[in-house]
Design a protein around this ligand. Sequence first.
Ligand SMILES: *Cc1c(COP(=O)(O)O)cnc(C)c1O
Length: 420
Amino acid sequence: MSLFNIANQFIPGGVNSPVRAFKSVDLEPIFIEKSDKVYLYDIDGKKYIDYVCSWGPMILGHNNDEIRKNVIKACENGLSYGAATKLEVDMAKFICENINHIDKIRMVNSGTEAVMSAIRLARGYTGKEKIIKFDGCYHGHTDSMLIQAGSGLMTDGKSDSSGVTKNCAIDTISIPYNDLDILEEVFKKHSNNIACVILEPVAANMGVVLPNENFLKGVRSLCDTYKSLLIFDEVITGFRLGFGGASEYFNITPDLVTYGKIIGAGMPVGAYGGKKHIMDMVAPNGSVYQAGTLSGNPIAMTAGFTQLKILKENSDIYKNINEMSSYLFENIKHIINRNNLDCSLNYIGSLGSLFFTNEKVFDYNSAKKSDTKKYSKYFKNMLNKGIYIAPSQFEAMFISNQHNKQIIDETLNIIEDSLK
Ligand SMILES: *Cc1c(COP(=O)(O)O)cnc(C)c1O
C-alpha cells in the first residue's frame, strides 16, 4: 500500500496542510525525507531542485550549517521552559533595533496566530469592529480571514470555508487588490467603524501580484484619514524583500506588522509588532489578551535568530538572491517570447509567478483567468524532470541564497522543455 493511502487512513486528506496534497495538480503528494542546500530528496531517493523553500522560510537554502549547529546546541539545554529567557530579549531587541517602524514585538507560533493577534489588537486599540482585507490575499486560517482568501482556497473550488459564522464574516470586508477607489468608498460607507486594513504589501498567495505605484501610499493615507490602523502582513515579504521587508522596500510605515516563515527559519514562529503606544495595549500591560505556552521557545528562537543575524550581517545575500532571481525570471520571459506562449510573469526581489494567461495579472480576478489545467501539466513535467515548484498556480516561486547560475541554467532548460 502506498504511503499516501496509509496517510489517508489516519490524516484528513493524508496531509497536515491542504496545498501539500497536490489536489489542484491532480497528483498524489511526494513525501520528503531530507533536504540540503537547493535540494529535496523524497522517500524513493529522487532528488529535486526546490523552488518552494518550505513556502519561503529557507531563504538561506536547506539545512544551513550554522542554524543546524546552533539548534543542536540549544537542544542540549532542554526544549522549553514556559518561562522568560534571555534569547527572547535578544531576538526582540535585534528586530526592533534594525527595523524602523517596530518599537516592540511579540513572538507567537505561526503566521495565522500573528494575524489573529494583530487584528484583535487593532480592534482593541481603535475600539472599532470591522476590518478590510483584499480579495486573494491570504492571512492564515483564522475565521475572520477566510473570506476571499486566495492560496489553497482558490484551487479548492470555493473561496470560503464552512464553519465560519455569518456574524464573523459580516465584520470582514474583502475588496479588489490595487483598487483605491473601492477602498475609499468602503471607508466612506462604514465611516467610523473600520478598525484596520490588512494586506500583503506584495500579494503572494494568488500568485505574486505587485502593488500598483501609489497603491500602498494611498492605503496608508486613507487609513490616516479614517483613523484606522494599517497592518502589513509581511509573513512572506518580511526579511525577504530586504531585511526591513516591504515596509522598507516601498518606504511606507504600517502601524502593525505580522511575520512568519523566514522569522523561524523553518521552525514554527510568527510575530507581530509595531508602534510602542499600540503594542503597549497587549497583555500583561494592556487589555488586549494574547498568550502562548510555547511562544518564544528556545529552539525556535535559536533557529530564527541565527537566520536573522546571518541575513543582517551579510548584506550581499539580498544582492545575490535578487540577482539570481532576475536571471531566472528574465530568462523565463525570453522563453515565453521565443515560444510565443500565452503566459505572463510577475516578480519582485526573490519571488515571482508564471501565470498561464497572456493578460497582465494585477488582482484576484485577473489571476483567476489563468489556465490551471495547463499549470497542472507544466507542474507534472517539471516534477518528473526533478524540479519542485509549488503544486498550485496561485503560489510563488522562491529563490534562496543557494540557487546559483548553474542550477538556474539547468532549471531554465527544463522550464523551456516543460512549457513547449
Ligand atoms: C503563510 C502565510 C500566513 C499564515 O502563516 P502560517 O504560519 O501558515 O499560519 C499568513 N499570511 C501570509 C501572507 C502568508 O503567506
